[in-house]
Write a protein that binds this ligand. Sequence first.
Ligand code: HEC
Ligand code: HEC
Length: 95
Amino acid sequence: MLFIAAALGCVGGDDDGQDFGNIFESPEGVILTEEEHPDGWGRTNCFACHPVEEIHRENRTGTEGILPLEDIQEFVEEEGLDSCPVCHGDNGVEE
Ligand code: HEC
Ligand code: HEC
């Protein structure tokens, strides 16, 4: 089990979903930069490393009132991968 968990451990995840701390405190906030996203930079298949059911599960930025997680979840469900750049920037992907 431990081996499998380690092999799959591309990014951290537990029952509370993925946790990278308060991402508003990183260089460009919610917008991704190459520096803070070296493994995912330039990639478009976000769900490969961030399964949709594991992201936007817990508020770590203290912005509940401004951007409720339920609204983000709903928007992401409707728009899929097309939604990510709207909030997280282009992730180094040329349009
Ligand atoms: C190859 C795996 C991989 C892919 C593909 C990937 N990511 Fe990531 N992502 C990571 C890892 C690993 C982290 C943790 C930070 C780090 O060490 O790079 C992360 C962190 C993040 C964070 C938190 C950043 C912060 O400020 O701490 C966001 C938001 C994010 N990714 C969004 C995306 C989006 C949007 C896409 C698709 C455009 C994407 N990721 C594609 C691996 C990936
Ligand atoms: C409507 C804006 C919005 C959209 C669209 C959006 N995100 Fe996010 N995302 C956020 C916000 C805000 C946070 C920080 C949540 C918090 O901590 O309160 C976040 C956090 C994250 C994180 C950090 C881990 C976590 O769960 O907090 C990852 C990874 C991530 N988003 C990936 C994605 C991917 C992949 C997509 C596209 C499928 C996407 N996001 C679409 C606003 C958005």
